[in-house]
Design a protein around this ligand. Structure first.
Ligand code: CTP
Ligand code: MG
Length: 612
């Protein structure tokens, strides 16, 4: 990316459009969510109501405003049931939302509906009861009885009586490029009053909306319908960023096909008489997974409406089938035999709710990494979002006063019902969030973000690995560029794919972000003659503003990064100067104090009425 030479007063929008360095990949389907109507009475809207917390002896009973305290499994199940009561309807021609709502209400009470789309409109419609869905489906027709595969699903199209009048599609506003999207986002971020507020705005603007989350569960439910014919009782669960609390608009949908084989294992080995299913045998469990996904992929591509561009990645460590679900615009990755991944998502989801500072931090780091191409949707040596999130969590566990407990501590808090062993691995986690004691750390989220950059600027990745179970650094046993012990399959490195090149880039960019925060004008926006605001705070970090200045510095101090870290482990409390090996960019960076003094300058300016 070409570094910007920033002309004073240049409009932020123009500046970011030209220099943000985004590649414009991943077309995002959702142009605008047109409407969200909740037609049920308030008592029906479970999603937004605060669950009741029953207090028990070991319950810390800490009020956590805005945090959903329900068990992860309960939330998942509720979403799943919601999806089973839902249909997805394409509007044909001029069919309006009102006409559709009126038509559908003949079959039962409509609980909620979301309409979205650009060139074509779709409505996700949830009934109050499953029976209404069946009644609606019973009235549906096939467009023609010839030349169609008569597959019946809950993906429908609606033609109103006026559809004949329409020949043209709705006008398209056209897909925005990634640069344009970032320009709009950056304008909103720059309008915030503090960096802390910028981080909150980032979450609000980029997280999965309620409608998008529902759509993801519905897509899983539609895929499940397609597979149920072969494997009655199967469940397709969403996992990864769709459910872990860190999902971005337009992120991929990771799906896990659970055939529920465990339920049908004999309770006792030699109990007779008993009935057994006649089955085909395969040489290995892996071969079974590959055959299954291959067949499922084929039927999705051949029969299931809206599932297109099926790709088979069956030789990967975790075999998968990729496809596009066109009606929702979601890119799907379907796996099987992957129950631990769902548990990892539960773990991340738990962390996202333990402390309200976690989501803004993770969103900021993920966004920063995406902007600077440290992450990518493509397979390769990039740092995955899963690894990035693990880096944030580890930092929050390891920091002077921990913000988050280690996984072992979460296991200690679990009760008997939480016991979970998957593929021979103990995956037990506490499910009752109220049992987790609050952190004594009171740092603000902007302080924590800058401490994160400082921490990893100085981290000895060459010989140290991260252990999220203990929240401690561990000695690295191999030459992997990044070693993060897998939380549940403890013998594995969850960042094994990361290349040295990308790791060096990560450290270099972390230093750059830290260096930016050190600049005296970091928190001070300037207003140009045309009214545009120059990037400040989080926007500087995301966009790489000031990069040219940074490059003017002595390059030798930065390369090769791993060699510049001499030896020994980083110590706790690194932001307070008690550091082990560290690389001096100019002077040792003490961001907390830098940020605090910058903040007090801004406060003074605000008080004297100078600030914007
Ligand atoms: N996963 C894992 N081990 C890895 C990589 C991924 O167990 N080495 C599991 C985790 O449960 C993770 C999920 O696969 O949450 C999805 O991984 P990924 O798609 O990389 O992360 P997401 O959080 O879904 O991020 P993105 O928005 O990039 O899809
Ligand atoms: Mg994912």
């Amino acid at each position: 990316m070409a570094a910007p030479m920033m002309r004073k007063g240049m409009s932020l929008l123009l500046f970011l459009e030209r220099y943000s360095g985004l590649s414009g990949r991943s077309p995002v389907f959702y142009k605008f969510v047109r409407r969200c109507t909740t037609q049920a009475s308030n008592s029906d809207t479970v999603e937004t109501s605060e669950p009741e917390i029953s207090s028990s002896g070991d319950n810390h009973d800490v009020p956590r405003p805005g945090v959903d305290l329900r068990r992860f499994s309960d939330i998942q199940e509720e979403r799943r049931q919601e999806a089973l009561r839902s249909v997805l309807v394409r509007h044909v021609g001029k069919a309006t939302e009102d006409e559709l709502a009126k038509f559908c209400s003949h079959f039962g009470e409509v609980k909620s509906s979301f309409t979205y789309g650009n060139q074509e409109l779709y409505t996700l419609l949830e009934y109050k009861s499953k029976g209404s869905v069946h009644s609606l489906l019973n009235t549906a027709h096939f467009r023609s009885v010839l030349e169609v595969l008569p597959y019946k699903s809950r993906l429908l199209s609606f033609r109103s009586s006026s559809w004949m009048n329409s020949t043209s599609k709705k006008s398209s506003v056209g897909d925005m490029t990634a640069e344009q999207k970032f320009s709009i986002l950056a304008t909103k971020l720059c309008a915030a009053q503090s960096m802390e507020e910028q981080m909150q705005v980032l979450v609000r603007e980029t997280q999965l909306s309620e409608g998008e989350t529902r759509l993801r569960f519905l897509v899983c439910s539609l895929v499940e319908d397609a597979i149920t014919g072969y494997f009655p009782g199967c469940i397709v669960h969403p996992f990864g960023s769709s459910v872990n609390g860190f999902g971005n608009k337009g992120c991929d949908l990771d799906m896990y096909l659970n055939l529920n084989v465990e339920e049908h294992k004999p309770k006792k080995r030699n109990s007779f008489p008993r009935m057994e299913y006649e089955v085909k045998t395969v040489p290995t469990e892996r071969a079974a997974t590959q055959n299954l996904l291959s067949t499922v992929g084929q039927s999705l591509g051949e029969f299931v409406p809206s599932c297109r561009h099926v790709q088979y990645i069956l030789n990967a460590r975790c075999p998968l089938v990729k496809f596009t679900h066109e009606a929702s615009g979601i890119q799907c990755d379907l796996t099987s035999n992957n129950s631990i991944a769902l548990k990892s998502s539960e773990l991340l989801n738990l962390y996202s709710r333990i402390d309200p500072r976690v989501p803004p931090l993770v969103y900021a780091v993920r966004h920063w990494a995406r902007m600077h191409h440290i992450t990518s949707n493509m397979p390769g040596g990039w740092i995955t979002n899963f690894s990035l999130t693990a880096l944030v969590i580890f930092f929050l566990q390891y920091t002077d006063k921990p913000v988050l407990p280690g996984i072992d501590a979460l296991k200690e808090l679990a009760d008997k019902a939480d016991t979970c062993v998957l593929e021979g691995n103990d995956c037990t986690l506490v499910s009752d969030l109220t049992k987790v004691p609050p952190s004594g750390n009171t740092d603000s989220i902007d302080d924590l973000l800058l401490e994160f950059f400082e921490f990893y600027s100085n981290f000895n990745f060459k010989s140290c690995g991260l252990n999220l179970r203990t929240g401690e650094i561990q000695e690295k046993k191999n030459f992997d560029a990044l070693y993060i012990q897998n939380p549940f399959e403890q013998q594995l490195n969850l960042s094994k794919n990361v290349s040295m090149h990308h790791m060096e880039k990560f450290v270099q960019l972390a230093r750059e972000a830290a260096w930016m925060a050190e600049q005296p004008d970091f928190l001070q926006p300037e207003v140009g003659p045309k009214g545009g605001v120059t990037p400040w705070g989080l926007v500087s970090i995301l966009s790489g503003y000031n990069r040219r200045k940074r490059r003017l510095m002595d390059q030798k101090e930065f390369t090769p990064i791993f060699d510049s870290i001499k030896s020994g482990n980083p110590k706790r409390n690194s932001s307070h100067g008690n550091v082990g090996p560290r690389i001096h960019i100019t002077e040792p960076v003490k961001f907390k104090s830098v940020l605090k003094s910058a903040k007090s300058k801004v406060d003074k300016r605000t008080k004297s009425g100078n600030r914007r």
